[in-house]
Design a protein around this ligand. Structure first.
Ligand code: PEP
Ligand code: MG
Length: 587
C-alpha cells in the first residue's frame, strides 16, 4: 500500500467524505513564445480575433446548455459567471492590448494573451478583500480558453467521472465545476489553489459537497484511484490513510450524517422553547444558489443577503437590470417568506474596475452605507432595482454600518426619491416594505433608542460590532485571541440594543456569526432576540437547543453570567452550564 500523505488546506465546504480520487488534468496550458517576422503580424492579429470569436461562441453554447439542462436557479448562477467571462473576453483592455502587443512587439498571440492576462491579474493583487483577489483566477480561465483555441486544443470536454469520486484538481474553472456537479454525485472536491470564495468553494457549499481548497500540490501527490479522506470542516486531506485514520474519519462522517439527518428531520419544526417563546431562524446567503439548501434545512426566511457578491467576476458594477433579476429570483424562490436584502457593503478597496486610493484603516474608512451615500448613482441603481423587485415577494431592506441617525435618514430619503422617480416613469413598484438597519457600530448601539424610532427593525452584525467594540481587527490573527463574543462589553451592548428595540416595539434580529453558534444560543434567547440568522448547516443545532430549554432558565443563566467580569470567566460559566444541560451540542 502507498504511503499516507496528509495535506492541510482551507476548509471551504463542511462535511467529511472518503472516496477514490479522480484527478482532473487542469494544469495551465504551456504557452509557446515566438518572435514574428514583420509580414506575419497581420495574420497573427487575425488568428487572435478568430480565437476570441470561437471562445465567445463556446461560452455562449455552454451557457445555453447549462441553462436549459439544470433547474432554473442553479443554471442561472453558472450562466451569470460564464457571462462575466464573456465580458472579460470583450473587455477593450484585453482585446486592444493583445492586438497592440502582437503588432508593436511582433510576438505570437498566445504569448501576448498571457502577458496581458498577467497585467490584468496584477490589478487584483493589491485588493485587501480575499474575495476580489480570487478573481485573478477568472482572468486565467479566460486566457486559458483563448490560448487553447489558438493551439487547436479541445475545450469543455465532458469528463466521465465515476460516482462518489473525490475530485482532485490544480484548480477548477466555473465551467468545469458546473459540468461536474451536473454529472451526478461527487463525494468531495480538493484543489491546490483557491480560497473560501473561489468558485469551487461556492459551488461545493451550495451543493453541500465537502471541499478543501488551497491544499497546495494536492494534484501532484494524489493519483486517480488513490483512497482519499477529506474533512471539509477542518481543511484536512489524507491520501491513502491508514486503517486507524480511516476509522476515525468514518466516525466523524457518521456523526456529520447524523446531524444532517436530524437537521432534515427537524426542518419543519418551529424553534419554540418549552415555555412557549418562539425564535425565528433564518438563513444568511451570498448567492441564490444557496436557497435550496436553506429551505431543506428549515430556514423560515433570509435574514441577510449580502448583495455585494453580485460584483463577482466583473470589471464593471452590475446594471440595474442585473440587480433586479437577482433580487427577483431570490424573492420568487422564497415564496412568501421574508427576504432581508442588505444594500451594498462595499469598501473603497473592494470596488472592482476602479482605481481607489488605499486607505490606512479600511475597516473604519469609506465602506458600506458611507460608500453608497458618496456614490449616489451606484446606490440608486441598487435601490431602483430593489423597489422594482419588491413586487415579487416579501422583501425587507437593510442598511449596513449605520453609525448615526443622519445616515439612516439620508438612505431612506434616497429610497423614497427613487420610489417617486420610478412612479413618475410608470414602473410598477411593490408596496412599502420594512426598512431596517444593521447595528454593528458602537455608536449605533449607544443610540439604539433613537434609531429604533426611525428604523422598522434591527439586525445586529456581531462580526463588526465585536470588532469595533473591542477594538479587535477581525482580519488580524495576532489579536484573534481577544475576539470574545461573551465579553461583558458585548453582552451589555447587546442587552441595550434589544431593550431599545423592545421599547419601540420593533423586531430585533442577529445575523453575525454569533447568531449561528449553538454555544451562544441560550444567551441570545435570554437577551430576547426575535430572529437569528445563520448558515443552513447551523439551523438544526440552534433549533435543538431552543426546543429543549425554558426561556426563564436561560434568563437566570445570563443574569448570573453577567455578574462575572472577565470574558474568560463568563465563557467558562456559560460552557459549564451548557454542558449540564446538553451533553453533546451536535446531537
Ligand atoms: C456582521 O458584521 O456581523 C455582518 C453580518 O456583516 P459582514 O460579516 O458581512 O460584515
Ligand atoms: Mg458587517
Amino acid at each position: 500500500m502507498s504511503a499516507t500523505v496528509s495535506l492541510q488546506g482551507i476548509g471551504a465546504s463542511p462535511g467529511v467524505a472518503v472516496g477514490h480520487a479522480f484527478v482532473l488534468d487542469s494544469k495551465r496550458v504551456r504557452t509557446p513564445k515566438v518572435k514574428l517576422k514583420a509580414d506575419e503580424v497581420d495574420s497573427e492579429a487575425l488568428r487572435f480575433k478568430t480565437a476570441v470569436d470561437l471562445s465567445d461562441r463556446q461560452l455562449q453554447d455552454l451557457k445555453e446548455r447549462l441553462f436549459s439542462e439544470s433547474d432554473r436557479s442553479q443554471g442561472q448562477d453558472h450562466a451569470l459567471i460564464l457571462e462575466a467571462h464573456r465580458m472579460m473576453l470583450h473587455d477593450p483592455m484585453f482585446l486592444v492590448e493583445v492586438s497592440r502587443l502582437i503588432k508593436d512587439e511582433a510576438i505570437n498571440a498566445e504569448w501576448a494573451v498571457r502577458r496581458v492576462a498577467k497585467r490584468l491579474k496584477h490589478q487584483f493583487d493589491n485588493l485587501e478583500d480575499e474575495y476580489f483577489r480570487e478573481r485573478r483566477a477568472d482572468v486565467d480561465f479566460v486566457a486559458d480558453r483563448v490560448v487553447r483555441n489558438l493551439l487547436g486544443q479541445a475545450v469543455d470536454e465532458e469528463v466521465q467521472v465515476p460516482t462518489d469520486a473525490v475530485i482532485i484538481a490544480h484548480e477548477i474553472s466555473p465551467a468545469d465545476a458546473a459540468m461536474l456537479v451536473k454529472t451526478g454525485r461527487i463525494a468531495a472536491f480538493v484543489t491546490d489553489l483557491g480560497g473560501q470564495t473561489s468558485h469551487t468553494a461556492i459551488v461545493a457549499r451550495a451543493r453541500e459537497v465537502p471541499a478543501v481548497v488551497g491544499a497546495v500540490r494536492a494534484s501532484e501527490h494524489v493519483r486517480t484511484g488513490d483512497v482519499v479522506a477529506v474533512d471539509g470542516t477542518r481543511g484536512l486531506v489524507l491520501v491513502n490513510p491508514t486503517e486507524q485514520q480511516l476509522s476515525i474519519f468514518r466516525e466523524t462522517m457518521r456523526r456529520h450524517l447524523a446531524v444532517e439527518a436530524t437537521a432534515l428531520r427537524t426542518a419543519e419544526l418551529r424553534a419554540v422553547t418549552l415555555d412557549g417563546v418562539e425564535v425565528h431562524l433564518n438563513g444568511n446567503i451570498e448567492f441564490p444558489e444557496e436557497i435550496p439548501s436553506l429551505l431543506a434545512h428549515g430556514a423560515e426566511g433570509i435574514g441577510l443577503y449580502r448583495t455585494e457578491f453580485l460584483f463577482l467576476n466583473r470589471p464593471l458594477p452590475p446594471t440595474e437590470e442585473e440587480h433586479y433579476q437577482a433580487y427577483r429570483e431570490v424573492l420568487l424562490a422564497m415564496g412568501n417568506r421574508p427576504v432581508t436584502i442588505r444594500t451594498l457593503d462595499l469598501g473603497g478597496d473592494k470596488v472592482p474596475g476602479k482605481k481607489i486610493e488605499k486607505e490606512t484603516n479600511p475597516a473604519m474608512g469609506l465602506r458600506a452605507i458611507r460608500y453608497c451615500l458618496q456614490h449616489r448613482e451606484m446606490f440608486r441603481v441598487q435601490l431602483r432595482a430593489l423597489l422594482r423587485a419588491s413586487a415579487h415577494g416579501n422583501m425587507r431592506i437593510m442598511f449596513p454600518l449605520i453609525s448615526g441617525l443622519s445616515e439612516l435618514r439620508e438612505a431612506r430619503s434616497e429610497l423614497e426619491h427613487c420610489r417617486s422617480e420610478l412612479g413618475r416613469s410608470g414602473h410598477p413598484v411593490g408596496k412599502r416594505m420594512p426598512i431596517g438597519i444593521m447595528v454593528e457600530t458602537p455608536s449605533a448601539a449607544l443610540i439604539a433608542d433613537r434609531l429604533a424610532q426611525e428604523a422598522d427593525f434591527f439586525s445586529v452584525g456581531t462580526n463588526d460590532l465585536i470588532q469595533y467594540s473591542l477594538a479587535i481587527d477581525r482580519q488580524n490573527r495576532d489579536v484573534a485571541y481577544l475576539y470574545k463574543p461573551l465579553h461583558l462589553a458585548v453582552l451589555r451592548s447587546l442587552r441595550s440594543i434589544v431593550t431599545a428595540a423592545k421599547a419601540a416595539k420593533i423586531p430585533v434580529a442577529m445575523c453575525g456569526e454569533m447568531g449561528g453558534d449553538p454555544a451562544f444560543t441560550l444567551v441570545l434567547l435570554a437577551l430576547g432576540f426575535d430572529e437569528l440568522s445563520m448558515t443552513a448547516g447551523q439551523i438544526s443545532s440552534v433549533k435543538g437547543i431552543v426546543r429543549r430549554v425554558n426561556r426563564t432558565d436561560a434568563v437566570e443563566l445570563l443574569d448570573k453570567a453577567m455578574e462575572f467580569s472577565t470574558a474568560e470567566e463568563i465563557e467558562r460559566f456559560v460552557r459549564s452550564e451548557m454542558e449540564l444541560r446538553f451533553t453533546n451540542l451536535q446531537d
